[in-house]
Design a protein around this ligand. Structure first.
Ligand SMILES: [Zn+2]
Length: 162
């Protein structure tokens, strides 16, 4: 069963809660949690369009979706360039959120060109820490969408420098 098929059929619905290390966030119900992760995945999938835009720049081989504190979803794609001018999909999504006037993140998912979730790199983790130094540890990050494996930013990076 493919990821999309699994999502639409709800096949992994029960696995989602079973594998969440710290359980749903306070106030979350099983159904709302399931739906928001579906929405985030679909939003990321919607902008996942790998393409070459010039002889120096490729974009869209990774796509990210974040849920802000208000519940809005922001997306971003990676921008890969010569001379390291590019940007990860997660930070692109976060900057879109900041541009829209919001500054808090609840959930993050990034997916590669195969549709599988990928964890944020060190730079993206650092940006999230600096953006939300007092509450960043609760940011939920999808590590494996097919298996419904979710961790917190603190799980990924337990010893921040601050
Ligand atoms: Zn990154």
């Amino acid at each position: 069963m493919g990821v999309d098929e699994g999502i639409r059929s709800g096949a992994f619905q029960h696995r989602l809660t079973a594998l969440i290390p710290h359980g749903p966030a306070v106030g979350d119900t099983f159904d709302s949690m399931e739906q928001i992760w579906n929405d985030l995945y679909e939003a990321a999938l919607g902008v996942l369009k790998p393409r070459i835009v010039s002889r120096y720049i490729e974009v869209g081989s990774v796509a990210a979706a974040i849920e802000s504190s208000s519940g809005r979803i922001y997306t971003g794609i990676c921008v890969d360039t010569a001379c390291s001018l590019g940007l990860c999909a997660e930070r692109n999504a976060i900057f879109s959120m900041l541009t829209a006037g919001e500054d808090g993140i609840r959930r993050v998912i990034a997916i590669g060109s195969d549709g599988k979730a990928v964890p944020p790199c060190g730079s993206c983790r650092e940006l999230m820490f600096q953006l939300m130094p007092d509450s960043c540890r609760s940011i939920q990050i999808m590590l494996d969408y097919g298996q419904g494996r979710i961790v917190t930013l603190s799980d990924l990076t337990p010893a921040w420098w601050q």
